[in-house]
Design a protein around this ligand. Structure first.
Ligand code: KG4
Ligand code: ZN
Length: 354
């Protein structure tokens, strides 16, 4: 009999619910509802208290709509997965408590899911043959991480950002250019029209010592963009070119380091996940950098920005191994990544690196 798993995601400013059916170990997306909270646009960023209140108002109807679109009722569910963190604690509590309570009332299994592990599972919904070993680049508004996954559930951290996340850099640069929030989609659109040679921004931590080869830093790049904005005598004329120069710098850093990691770890698959993976130029850049022998798996934008389908997919995998979260499990804004181990030692280093 097919399993029917409800996923819930409320870690930031999207209220989302999804229903997955699992048959013979394969997940099929039956419904996905994502309600984005527009209220934050006028503030230029997410206001936690407003986000919590909006989730409270909408979580019930969003779950109801996901069940309706799946042609299912709560009685049909065989398990519930909800994001436990990381994220904003108020918003997390709303979806997590809702999911846990519904599972408890129905007497069905409940599993808490780490938001970033959810992003890792997103491409499996459209690419069911995707399987480890792979290298993953997770790029969102809060994180920038390179991982090596020898198997699902085991993630070696190769490197991460020292300061701003990649998505955060897109958002801050968009604010400097007065393009509104979130910044990624609009910068991607304007960069397409921009001249790639007018603004050459630094490629932070590229070509430095081997010990920094998987580390990222985007705050200096943001300052370089600020300087260009201040020096511009016609920002309307320069905006597309600055957006292009900035995006090219970020993508070159992300793609080069990802390709190097794929080569060093000896994998034939690279996974891109998180909101910044919506950027089509990023996927193209990574494809160019890794070459034809490495497959790049990236989900469509709807599954890359925050959504409950990825949470249901990660949760279903954990439940298929018999894992359950106890009723006293709590949401945590700084939840550690489950299965994350340091990269020491089993990455295969190529000759010449230290
Ligand atoms: O994963 P996500 O939806 O939320 C977090 O978990 O943070 O990522 C949101 C981030 C934002 O910073 C947004 O600007 C960025 O993803 N983003 C993009 C694009 N679409 C969304 N960045 C670059 N290009 C895009 N097309
Ligand atoms: Zn996310």
């Amino acid at each position: 009999m097919a399993e029917l798993v409800l996923g819930i995601e409320t870690s930031c400013d999207e209220t989302s619910a999804a229903v997955l059916s699992i048959q013979d170990g394969r997940a099929h997306l039956r419904s996905l509802v994502i309600l984005s909270q527009d209220v934050h646009r006028i503030f230029g960023g997410v206001v936690p208290e407003l986000a919590s209140r909006a989730h409270l108002r909408t979580i019930g109807p969003v779950v109801g709509q996901a069940l309706l679109e799946a042609g299912a009722s709560a009685d049909d569910l065989t398990g519930i997965a909800a994001t436990a963190g990381p994220g904003l604690i108020g918003p997390l509590l709303v979806g997590f408590t809702y999911g846990k309570t519904l599972a408890w009332r129905r007497g069905i299994p409940f599993i808490s899911v780490h938001h970033l592990e959810g992003h890792l599972f997103a491409p499996t919904l459209e690419d069911p043959d995707l399987a480890p070993p792979f290298v993953a680049l997770l790029v969102s508004g809060g994180h920038t991480m390179l991982l090596h996954a020898p198997e699902w559930g085991t993630y070696q951290l190769l490197g991460q950002t020292r300061d701003d996340a990649a998505g955060e850099a897109f958002d801050k640069v968009a604010a400097l250019l007065r393009l509104g929030y979130p910044g990624g989609p609009v910068i991607e659109r304007l960069a397409r029209e921009g001249n790639p040679t007018r603004f050459r921004f630094p490629r932070p931590l590229l070509g430095g010592p081997a010990s920094q080869r998987y580390e990222f830093s985007f705050s200096g790049l943001k300052t370089a963009v600020l300087r260009a904005v201040q020096q511009s005598d016609d920002l309307a004329r320069d905006t597309n070119d600055i957006a292009r120069g900035f995006q090219d710098a970020v993508l070159e850093v992300l793609a080069t380091k990802t390709a190097q990691a794929a080569e060093e770890c000896g994998v034939a698959t690279v996974v891109l996940g998180g909101g910044v993976a919506c950027n089509r130029a990023l996927a193209e850049s990574v494809r160019r950098s890794v070459g034809q022998t490495v497959r790049v798996s990236v989900a469509t934008p709807r599954l890359n920005t925050d959504n409950a389908a990825m949470i249901a997919a990660a949760g279903a995998w954990h439940m298929s191994r018999g894992e359950r979260s106890s009723w006293d499990t709590e949401a945590r804004d700084n939840l550690p990544f489950p299965g994350l181990v340091s990269a020491d030692p089993p990455i295969r280093l190529s000759a010449g690196t230290t």
